[in-house]
Design a binder for this molecule. Structure first.
Ligand SMILES: [Zn+2]
Length: 637
């Protein structure tokens, strides 16, 4: 059975990322085909909500005070902790999965923490990335070159292929598209009767045409364009009873109430979804501010416009789509846009922008295309879509004048098209095909030792300055030839703010020391796994090499057996000399030689309660090495 660690948002956070994984696991989990671990980004490892799932869950933000202190002193680390990068290596060490599946935006998975790591090259790394704008970021291209890379929409895959062609690069990993998953058992049209009842409940006329948009209220979602189009449509058709329904938070991003006022739109015409924090009941109403009293449960100040932290259940979401007549999804760019896929699944006519992931939906001939012009974005240089407001107006007119027969036709086409592509059953089987095509991973002889180059004994040159000094510390203490940018920035800033060179060097020395200790303890664990599993104490006989020496050493073993009749006698040597000891009655086990086994203090576990052996014997020491027989002379052991 393959073990898969899924890294994405926790399922109890209302985001597209969590909705996607929830829909996939609903299909995969009952099959009992994989061992599933969910490494949840965005939540603390001590969050009690993590306990309510049938698979193992791990929070990405550590809860021990030392880590918290470390994270809080560095904004870069705190972001990394939230996205999962801070603990990912530990999780991989603990879980030893065959597959690590990471789904989020590209900046969540910096190459130095994921695809460029030693373990990242050892296991099957899957990057499921929302690519929404061109030009493609170099980080995304690097990730696509060094991991199995799947884009949330075909737009991203196509752009990566173009970039590869331009560089004449042949990928050695898989590259493709897997869309977000929508649970079609949940997202489907509601009955005419239910629609009428809901409209009655929320005081919406039967003959009102309700245009819907769902999306986090943020810069790239063009709420203002929809409002402008609505204003224009109203002016052109004064008799219309059309209204808008925005399912979003009104306190985030676009100042919706202010825009409505400045465009002189009747506030009665713009509805929103309110959700009760306490009883989770939703209602559709014109916007009247936040923290309202709940008529359903009677609690005070507990109703707000819906948000990531205060959303509705999928079953209720389907009803909200069902109350509406059409969906207008307008964005400057987008990775997948659940609103598009879900509204189609619910049978609503959809109008959307033909850029970014939108270009995938506008291929369907039942979808109305909102044309756009390209505009550049400051700082990132990304191409963003500026939607044509007139095309939104045209869609409103089209829907209001459409015959029932044409509406039914669009409904049937949209549902069929969306189910073939986005149904969670389709998506889950795509993922399983990918999981099944990847090999199982053996960790037996794998060492994570990314810390192996650490050197706490390094003597730094405190006379260097600025960036040069920090690079010097990274290389000397941590063996890092290419330190990550954010780390460099952080330390340079601390130097510039006047922290002493000596103090900073001491911090680096500390990290190097910790790395060495971590390495020691994981090495010890690996060696312990090889030892005989009985209650006896061990004698470790270290004979690294040479055929001659190993043969001569045989003569010593009888004496050792006589001296320690109740111990296991363990010989550590290069595996090619194992056969010398086969059949020798005085040897209980042979284990591969490791340089640390030459360290007597490491072997006898000085300073700790666990050890590899109580007696350490290294006969060649007089010719090669140091410290020996410290424990051997202690016959009480
Ligand atoms: Zn309530």
């Amino acid at each position: 059975m393959k073990k898969i660690v899924f890294l994405t948002n926790a399922l109890f956070i209302k985001t597209g990322l969590s909705r996607n994984l929830k829909a996939i696991l609903k299909e995969i989990y009952p099959l009992d085909k994989y061992e599933i671990v969910h490494y949840c980004s965005g939540v603390s490892e001590s969050d009690p909500n993590l306990d309510k799932y049938p698979w193992k869950t791990i929070g990405s933000i550590p809860s021990n005070p030392l880590d918290i202190q470390k994270i809080q002193s560095d904004p870069h680390l705190s972001r990394m902790a939230s996205y999962g990068g801070y603990r990912v290596e530990q999780v991989i060490k603990d879980e030893k999965p065959d597959i690590l599946w990471c789904s989020d935006d590209i900046w969540s998975f910096p190459p130095d923490k994921f695809c460029d790591t030693k373990w990242g090259k050892h296991l099957n790394l899957i990057s499921h990335i929302t690519i929404d704008s061109i030009p493609i970021l170099p980080e995304a291209i690097q990730q696509a070159k060094n991991s199995n890379f799947y884009s949330w929409a075909s737009f991203g895959e196509n752009e990566i292929r173009k970039a590869f062609e331009k560089e004449d690069f042949t990928p050695e990993y898989k590259l493709g598209t897997v869309n977000g998953a929508v649970d079609s058992e949940c997202y489907k049209p509601i009955s005419k009767l239910e629609k009428d009842e809901l409209r009655k409940k929320f005081n919406i006329d039967k003959d009102t045409t309700l245009f819907f948009y769902l999306g986090r209220n943020q810069l790239r979602k063009k709420y203002d364009s929809i409002l402008r189009a609505f204003k224009s449509y109203k002016l052109q058709n004064p008799a219309t009873k059309a209204k808008l329904l925005f399912h979003c938070s009104w306190t985030e991003g676009w100042p919706l109430a202010r825009i409505i006022e400045s465009l002189d739109i009747d506030p009665e015409d713009i509805l929103t979804t309110y959700v009760c924090h306490k009883c989770k009941e939703f209602k559709i109403h014109k916007y009247v501010g936040e923290q309202k009293d709940c008529e359903h449960c009677g609690n005070k100040k507990c109703i707000d416009s819906s948000s990531v932290g205060n959303g509705v259940a999928d079953e209720d979401m389907c009803k909200i789509y069902g109350v509406a007549d059409a969906c207008i999804s307008v964005f400057t760019s987008g990775g997948f846009e659940f609103c598009n896929a879900e509204s189609m699944m619910c049978g609503l006519p959809l109008a959307t922008v033909s850029y970014s992931c939108g270009s995938e939906y506008t291929i369907c001939d039942s979808v109305h295309t909102i044309r756009h012009i390209e505009s550049g974005e400051c700082q990132t240089g990304f191409v963003k879509a500026e939607p044509n407001i007139n095309d939104i107006v045209k869609f409103m007119k089209k829907i209001e004048s459409m015959s029932q027969r044409d509406k039914d036709d669009i409904k049937a086409k949209s549902i069929k098209w969306a189910k073939e592509r986005y149904d969670s059953k389709v998506i889950a089987s795509k993922w399983m095909e990918i999981f099944d095509s990847l090999p199982k991973i053996d960790y037996t002889n794998f060492s994570f030792d990314s810390e192996e180059k650490s050197n706490p004994e390094f003597q730094p040159n405190l006379g260097l300055s600025g960036e040069e000094f920090i690079r010097h510390l990274y290389l000397g203490y941590l063996g890092a030839e290419y330190p990550d940018d954010a780390g460099m920035k952080h330390w340079i800033q601390r130097v510039e703010q006047g922290e002493s060179h000596q103090g900073i060097a001491a911090l680096f020395q500390n990290i190097a020391q910790q790395n060495i200790e971590k390495q020691d303890s994981s090495q010890k664990q690996k060696i312990e796994d090889l030892l005989p599993k009985n209650d006896k104490k061990n004698v470790l006989f270290v004979m690294k090499e040479s055929l001659g020496d190993t043969i001569i050493s045989l003569s010593l073993l009888e004496g050792i057996r006589n001296q320690y009749p109740d111990h296991n006698i363990i010989v550590s040597t290069d595996p090619k000399y194992f056969e010398v000891f086969i059949g020798c009655d005085f040897v209980d086990k042979t284990i591969p030689f490791h340089p640390q086994l030459e360290q007597e203090l490491f072997v006898i576990g000085a300073g700790s309660d666990k050890n590899i052996a109580d007696v350490f014997i290294m006969p060649t020491v007089s010719t090669q090495k140091h410290l020996n027989y410290l424990s051997n002379n202690n016959t009480e052991l």
